[in-house]
Design a protein. Structure first.
Length: 299
DNA sequence: GCGTCCAGGTCTACC
DNA sequence: GGTAGACCTGGACGC
């Protein structure tokens, strides 16, 4: 079964898919040879399905639902989730106007860069972000793969959904440490999942929050295991770009691009991007990943 | 193959 | 408010 979704004129499918590392973390999977982004989606009813997303025509995405028939309501829910992941409902015209003002960022609107891929749920984004902290990318991939394979739903014998908060909440800390390889992050994942499962917090509300960014930042930081780096990058996935989210990789890139490899304090980096106002976090990310955009994609 | 060192963010205790 | 040390894993390195 195939359906289509119209996309904004400034939308670039592959630049969004490859906007950061999420596309290589399960349940996302890029099929380069087929030119598709695949993912297991889960509905509010608990039903799961595999969808392949491609962009054969300029004005619309094509969604191929692989393993299931869907009701009209489920189809609508799937399309909403895909729009959420690819940021199709967000207006980037103001950001692109700002980019045009800076000579070194005029490439951004030309390439349709700026939309950052995200998960259908805030929960998945937060869990994944915690799994990126204080470890190599390879370990992040291992943790996320284990979460899906050991706690998600299996379909088509090979593909897994991302686990619900209840599934993680039911685990022991020992299981998360030893089987998921989450290490000391395990109590953080457990606490968050339990609070959500019990209904004590609803982090899904963050995507529609009317709070000023500083207040939202404090709320995101209130999750144990989410420090300045993780909170800033989660805010970017919530559509707020006021914080940079500096990690060691970005730091090194900045030093290489702007300081001839010499080190500088984070305050210097923050000062550098202050002129970009409320979009500075996004300009910072695009600056340190500009070299990605010099390659043809899909890679 | 084994042991050691180090990098990678966040938390907590302490000053 | 700032800082030190612990947390855990995997890769690099030396033996």
């Amino acid at each position: 079964m195939k359906v289509t979704i119209p996309v904004p004129s400034d939308f670039n499918f592959w630049r969004t898919v490859y906007s950061h590392g999420w596309c290589s973390l399960q349940p996302f999977e890029v099929k380069k040879e087929e030119g598709t982004l695949r993912r297991v989606f889960e509905f509010s009813s608990g039903k799961v399905l595999l969808a392949e997303i491609s962009h054969p025509a300029r004005s619309a995405l094509t969604i191929h639902i692989v393993n299931s028939t869907t009701t009209q309501k489920e189809k609508q829910e799937l399309l909403e989730q895909i729009k959420t992941c690819l940021r199709l409902d967000e207006d980037y015209s103001e950001f692109y106007r700002e980019a045009e003002k800076h000579r070194s960022f005029r490439w951004v609107p030309k390439l349709g860069a700026g939309r950052l891929l995200r998960a259908p749920t805030v929960f998945e984004d937060v869990v994944k972000m915690i799994c990126t902290t204080n470890c190599s990318w390879a370990l992040t991939e291992t943790m996320v793969e284990n979460l899906c394979k050991k706690l998600g739903y299996l379909i088509l014998d090979t593909r897994y959904s991302f686990p619900r908060p209840e599934s993680i909440a039911d685990c022991s800390e020992k299981f998360l440490r030893k089987e998921i390889r989450a290490g000391y992050r395990s109590p953080y994942l457990l606490e968050l999942s339990k609070r959500i499962a019990k209904g004590e917090v609803n982090i899904e509300e963050w995507r529609t929050s009317a709070l000023p960014t500083d207040e939202l930042y404090k709320e995101v930081r209130s999750v144990k295991g989410v420090g300045p780096y993780a909170a800033a990058n989660l805010l970017k996935l919530l559509g707020c770009y006021d914080y940079l989210g500096i990690d060691s990789w970005c730091r090194q890139k900045f030093f290489g691009i702007h300081k001839n490899g010499r080190k500088a304090s984070d305050r210097v980096i923050e000062k550098f991007y202050e002129p970009f106002g409320k979009w500075r976090g996004l300009f910072f990310w695009l600056d340190v990943t500009k070299h990605w955009y010099e390659k043809k994609i899909p890679f």
